[in-house]
Design a protein around this ligand. Structure first.
Ligand code: 4NP
Length: 144
């Protein structure tokens, strides 16, 4: 299973989802490939936001070596599942799809809800990290 996590900047939410899902899938001995990307291009090549790095660290995950990249069309071919953090990400990514199959690979990470963008509010990072961790565990139960 190849899963791509997507948010806007690829520095706050999707790097948490990438690092936590990679860690948990490896500890479940799953041969999954996990990556993340942003719909925007502002942070290409940057490390995750220090607040995400810290929240992840406090929960036992090291995401500090990950680097931001921008979503591109080839990723529809490269991944089986594209999990997006909010409905803006959903429409931004689905707009780039050329086939129904590509469009259907794109789903909300939280199934029917959005992961709040914590970028403008320091106090949100810890709860976003916990929410992402819980959902990663659920996804592993569903798909493994
Ligand atoms: P993310 O958060 O989409 O979870 O990575 C954001 C990061 C940066 C910006 C917005 C959201 N920004 O406007 O630079």
């Amino acid at each position: 299973m190849k899963i791509l996590m997507v948010c806007l900047g690829n520095i706050c939410r999707s790097p948490l989802a990438e690092g936590i899902m990679r860690h948990l899938s490896q500890s479940h001995k799953l041969d999954w490939e996990i990556a993340s990307a942003g719909t925007g291009n502002w942070h290409i090549g940057k490390e995750p936001d220090r607040r995400s790095i810290l929240a992840a660290k406090q929960s036992g995950y090291d995401i500090s070596s990950q680097r931001a990249q921008q979503f591109n069309y080839n990723m529809f071919k490269a991944y089986d599942l594209i999990l997006v953090m909010d409905r803006n990400n959903l429409s931004d990514v689905q707009r780039l799809a050329k086939t129904a199959e590509e469009r259907e690979k794109v789903k909300l990470f939280l199934d029917n809800d959005e992961v709040t963008d914590p970028y403008w509010d320091d106090s949100l990072f810890e709860s976003v990290c916990k929410q992402v961790e819980e959902r990663c565990k659920e996804i592993i139960k569903q798909l493994s």
